[in-house]
Design a protein around this ligand. Structure first.
Ligand code: HSE
Length: 422
């Protein structure tokens, strides 16, 4: 039998306990031994969790319990959780964690310990979708060409509603929080950080790259408005918060930002709170993974899959997918200003002679060629909304042009931009 202590018995922890009990027979048959939840740690002992295991409010009760074989860390946060996980490993316990923020910072330090004690983290990326196993085991013969993911259900729910019902950002955020998908601090969701944490974990497995959130481009969905939705619908795009990992030559670009994606792409069809990840491998071509990225039972499904792996064989897979460093293929992280893609630009300007030519002049000076253009008259006849898409150009040039345009006296609002991925 494997005995499990759970630190953090909230939505996911409660589901872990209940599923281990409800599906005990099949889990035991698959694992070869029973996996029993024996102890939980919570912050507030007065709240009923609806589970019949002993609870304590002290993490040490789990860490010092010699009977416990595996610690399931569901407490969240970065530094405290990292300390707890390190202590559990030092005491010879295996660890299963759903904590993407901690792994975004500390996965390589933990990998050192994982040589001795298994660490499972399937639940940290895309909730119930087994994307870690798919990348680490199923696709291990491939060079990974790219990973494109929709890995934040809160943003995807909000953007889907904005596209279909024309609601504005502020209205829909509250609804998403009430549905229980958002992080404790929703700016982690809408600011793109939650998705970025997940991307960094996948990038390690795909490319062996040790990047931290500060190293990559992260933009959220806070500035998307109904004009952008109008443009997207008009030109056959969906707007998604997209995580992108792409290899070209000896460098990898890692970025998270809202993107206009052709409605015909598979990834553009991932709607509502669902998550989707497209992985292109050099041998296999495009593979696509779809499912619930959050929620108690779905996330618990991944936590328990890791527990079963540990029960079966101690989990022999290298934690981050590499047994050795790939010496001839050490990849650099591409700088954000080297991104080369198409862009959509939104401007609100005074509607007067010469404005459009001044704007196209500034774009032309930066080698930015216009692909399509729409002008919308605002209710106040003095102003117009200009919506452009560009042909492929460099991020650096777009940033310079946006700054210069923003400084023109006829521009009435900070220019907005969304990258186009097709
Ligand atoms: N807040 C996350 C989301 C939950 O909205 O997808 C799972 O990481």
């Amino acid at each position: 039998m494997i005995k499990v202590g759970i630190i953090g018995v909230g939505t996911v922890g409660t589901s872990v306990v209940k599923i281990l009990q409800k599906n005990r027979d099949i889990i035991t048959a698959r694992a070869g031994k029973e996996i029993r939840p024996v102890f939980g740690v919570v912050k507030n002992l007065n709240r009923d969790r609806g589970v019949d295991i002993p609870l304590s409010d002290s993490v040490d009760d789990v860490l010092n319990d010699e009977e416990i074989d595996v610690v399931v860390e569901l407490m969240g946060g970065v530094d405290d959780a990292f300390k707890v996980v390190k202590k559990a490993l030092a005491k010879g316990k295996a660890v299963v964690t759903a904590n993407k923020a901690m792994l975004a910072y500390h996965r390589y330090e933990l990998q050192q310990s994982a040589n001795r004690q298994p660490i499972g983290f399937e639940a940290s990326v895309a909730g119930g979708i087994p994307i870690i196993k798919a990348l680490r085991e199923g696709l291990s013969a491939n060079h990974i060409v790219s990973i494109k993911g929709i890995m934040n259900g809160t943003c995807n729910y909000m953007l889907t509603k904005m596209m279909s019902d024309g609601v504005e950002f502020d209205e829909i955020l509250k609804e998403a929080q009430e549905l229980g998908y958002a992080e404790a601090d929703p700016s982690f969701d809408v600011g793109g950080y939650d998705a970025a944490h997940k991307l960094l974990i996948l990038a390690s497995i795909a490319y062996g790259i040790d990047a931290k959130p500060e190293d990559i481009l992260i933009e959220g969905i806070e500035n998307i408005n109904s004009e952008d939705i109008f443009f997207a619908n008009e030109f056959g795009y969906n707007i998604k918060l997209l995580t992108i990992a792409k290899k070209s030559g000896d460098s990898v670009e890692l970025r998270v930002h809202p993107a206009l994606i052709d409605k015909k792409e598979m990834i553009a069809k991932v709607d509502g709170v669902m998550n989707g990840v497209s992985v292109i491998g050099d041998c296999v071509g495009e593979t696509m993974y779809y499912g619930p990225g959050a929620g108690g039972d779905a996330t618990a499904s991944s936590v328990i899959a890791d527990l079963i792996d540990i029960a079966r064989n101690g989990n022999n897979s290298p934690m981050l997918g590499f047994k050795k460093i790939l010496k001839n293929d050490i990849l650099k992280l591409k700088k954000a200003d080297e991104i080369f893609t198409k862009y959509y630009i939104r401007l609100i300007v005074e509607d007067k002679i010469g404005v459009l030519s001044k704007i196209s002049n500034i774009l032309g000076k930066q080698n930015i060629s216009i692909g399509s253009f729409l002008q919308k008259q605002s209710k106040d006849a003095k102003f117009a909304t200009l919506l452009f898409s560009t042909h492929k150009c460099y991020e650096k040039d777009v940033q310079i042009a946006m700054k210069e345009i923003g400084e023109c006296d006829f521009v009435k609002q900070k220019p907005a931009m969304i990258r186009i991925e097709d």
